[in-house]
Structures are given as C-alpha cells and as structure tokens.
Design a protein around this ligand. Structure first.
Ligand code: TYD
Length: 399
C-alpha cells in the first residue's frame, strides 16, 4: 500500500524553460505529491506527467555541463573497462554522450551503443559516431538492439532508472538483453541523502522515484536480479548511490560486504518506516519558512539577490516556497539551451553567467547546491569581497 507523506503543491515541468511570456498562460502544472510503498519500501511520486512532456527534442539538461560530472563519467568508464573488460556496453539515457565518449564506436573490445529518447541529444552522439537509438527503453528497443548488436555484457544507466515510472519494466527489459554473466550498473540520487539533507527538491516531475538500496533490492529481486555491490557518490546529483547487479541465478560476481552494510545502515536510519518520511515532511516545511524569512530579510535590506544555476531542483524549490522575481532578480547559468529563457512556473529570467555574474550582487541563492564544492572553488573572489551564498538544503545556511 502506498501512503502519501509529502505535498509540494502545484508544479510545472521542471526542465521546461519558457522562451517568451506568451508561453506563461498555458503552462502545464501537476500536483507534486510523494508517497511510500509499505511493501517495496519505494518512495515515488503519486502522479507523473507523460514521459513525452518531459523527454523530447528540446530537453535542455546537459550531463557534461560541469567539471564534476565530466570527471565522474571518465572515472566510471575507466572502472568498467578495468573490472569487467566488456565487449559491448549499452548505456540507457546517454544525454550528450559524456559517458559514451570514453568508449569505442566500433571494435572487438569496449564498444558502446546507447538509447536516448531526447532526439536533440541522440543526434549529437550519432554525430560523434556512436549508434544511438532515439527511443524510450522498452521491449521493442531491446529487441532491435539484440538483432543488430547481440547481447551487451554491461548495461550502464546514470540518473535514468529513477525517471521511469515502471521500474519493473525497465529492469525486465535489461535482464532480457544482457549476457548471463553480464552486469547492470545503475546510479541515481539516494533516499538516504535526501533524508540527511532535507533535500526535498530531489522530487520533481522527472524523478518518479528516489531509491533506497532496500527498495532497489526488493524490485531487482522481483525481476530475477541481485545487487552485488553498492558505491556511495556523495558529490553526484546531491548524493547518489551506484548499484551493481547481476542475474540472480546465473551471475558470477561475489556479493560484496557493501551490500550488507548499506542495508543495515538504512534499517538503522529507519528507511523502512513510514514515520521517518512523516518526520522528513515536517523538516521540509520548516526549511521553507526559513528560506522565505531569509530572502525577505535580505530584500528588505535592499540587497541584490540572484540565483546560481537554473536547475530542475530549483523549480521545485521556487514553486513550493513561492519564490518569484520580486525576491530573486534573475538566475545565472552557463547552459546555452537555458540562457534567455524563463524558469518554469515562477518565470524568473535566466541570463548568461558572463552577463549576470558581476560586482553588484550581494546574495546568491545556490540553486545548483549539488555543485557546492566546485562553485565555492570557482567563486572565491566573490566570497572574499563579502558576497554571500544561501545554501537552501539542510537547515538553510549562509556562506
Ligand atoms: P544540475 O545540478 O545538474 O541540476 P538538475 O539536475 O537539478 O537540473 O544542473 C546544474 C545547472 O547549473 C546546469 O544548468 C548548469 C548550471 N551550472 C552553472 O551555471 N555553473 C556552474 O558552475 C555549475 C557547476 C553549474
């Protein structure tokens, strides 16, 4: 049974940045509510917009948009080659190819192909020479791949499985195509980090689920798969976990201690109890009051406030806390697809970093809070001249 614990109100499509004020009036909104499944322990949105509304030929999020993510994908690609020496890697959700680029386009070893429904990005990876299926991941796509390339021995999917409302189907199709000793690697934002950091803005239209290891274990097992290793990625997407899985009956990998450790810690933290999520919802409400109070105080002191990073997470934050352009003048961002547009729902203008980041700024709402370390390093001068960053997650902090 699924029990609701969080209501984040009416929310727009988090990555649908609007080009002009004409688009404001018929913007799509849905109720962003979150529930806990008592049986599988999975945390999911109660309602998710159609997948075509979110993932289409205008998808603006670029995985290669930060140094952190570029390095991250290089490292996992290297690990995959060293540990599994795959002949064929299939990436599900390849975005702009930041992971694929570390593999071969053709050849006997380390060849990679991918699936990416956002055709603007599929075009880019095809141009780079990687065969990319511009389709959603399903039985038909798996069959097409099997017919042309045979069985992959590694499937890698980063920040994608949590986007799919029917995770059972996602896993069933993956199990159906992989070799018997093949490995499925999935990494997504983690429920443990969400609870630890009050990171409620990990909930937005695209994130149909936020996984705990225990929920993944339950779903994988239902589909004949088994987790054999877990890695913690504290700096990725606000805190992620990476799981390595294999066929339960045929897999050849030993089960690492990390699996037992993770499950034991999650039980200690109460991730299997509804009350843990109810308490989280109370903290979220407090966080909202605190952030509004802080921004209003700075505004009353005539400070110039901007936001740093036009993130999907900030769509949830701004719409839930009712933060508009009266409080935040504009958002700076480096992504060409977002510059010159307006944020979803609250319509705060997005301008380029070059134009918008200057000495007149007193306070910056760190909407790209998951890149705190990278941005603090980059913006030392701003901090030295007395500029402030508001960290909206956790207990709301000012740096
Ligand atoms: P991301 O954190 O990946 O957020 P989400 O998954 O919630 O959309 O997006 C980060 C955004 O911040 C992206 O649009 C790029 C931008 N950004 C900058 O403008 N400057 C920076 O230094 C960094 C690290 C990110």
């Amino acid at each position: 049974m699924i029990k609701k614990f969080l209501d984040l109100g009416k929310q727009p499509i988090a990555n649908r940045f609007l080009s002009s004020s004409e688009q404001f009036k018929d913007e799509y909104f849905f109720n962003l509510e979150v529930g806990f499944d008592e049986d599988t322990k999975l945390v999911s949105l109660l309602q998710q917009p159609n997948k075509e509304q979110m993932f289409n030929n205008e998808y603006p999020y670029r995985s290669s948009g930060s140094e952190t993510m570029r390095k991250h994908f290089q490292m996992i690609a290297k690990d995959i080659k060293e540990h599994f020496d795959p002949k064929l890697v299939l990436e599900i959700g390849s975005n702009d190819g930041v992971f694929l680029k570390n593999f071969e386009k053709i050849g006997y070893r380390h060849k990679a192909i991918s699936v990416e429904p956002c055709s603007n990005f599929a075009k880019e990876t095809r141009k780079l020479g990687f065969q990319t299926y511009s389709e959603f991941w399903n039985d038909q796509t798996a069959e097409n791949i099997l017919a042309s390339h045979g069985q992959p021995d590694v499937i890698y999917s980063s920040n994608c499985a949590c986007h799919v409302s029917d995770v059972d189907d996602f896993l069933r199709c993956a199990k159906g195509i992989i070799t018997d000793s093949g490995v499925i690697i999935i990494e997504d934002p983690s429920m443990e980090f969400v609870l630890q950091d009050n990171a409620y803005s990990q909930f937005y239209d695209e994130h149909a689920h936020i996984f705990s290891i225990m929920s993944l274990k339950n779903i994988l097992e239902k589909n004949g798969l088994q987790i054999f290793k877990v890695e913690t990625l504290p700096y990725i997407h606000g805190g992620s976990k990476r799981i390595f899985a294999q066929k339960k009956e045929k897999g050849t990998q030993l089960i690492s201690l990390s699996v037992y450790d993770e499950l034991a810690r999650e039980r200690r933290l109460g991730l299997d109890h509804f009350s843990t999520y109810e308490q989280f919802a109370e903290r979220v409400e407090k966080n909202k009051n605190k952030i509004i109070e802080l921004l209003t105080r700075y505004k009353n002191e005539n400070k110039k406030i901007i936001a740093y990073g036009a993130t999907s997470k900030s769509t949830t934050e701004f719409n839930y806390c009712n933060i508009e352009s009266e409080l935040i003048d504009y958002i700076v961002d480096t992504t060409s697809e977002k510059i010159g547009k307006f944020s979803p729902g609250k319509h705060i203008p997005i301008i380029s970093y070059e134009k918008g980041w200057n000495d007149s700024i007193d306070v910056s709402y760190l909407s790209a809070w998951n890149y705190k370390c990278e941005i603090m390093r980059k913006e030392k001068e701003y901090l030295l001249r007395g500029g402030k960053f508001i960290l909206p997650m956790g207990n709301v902090e000012v740096i």
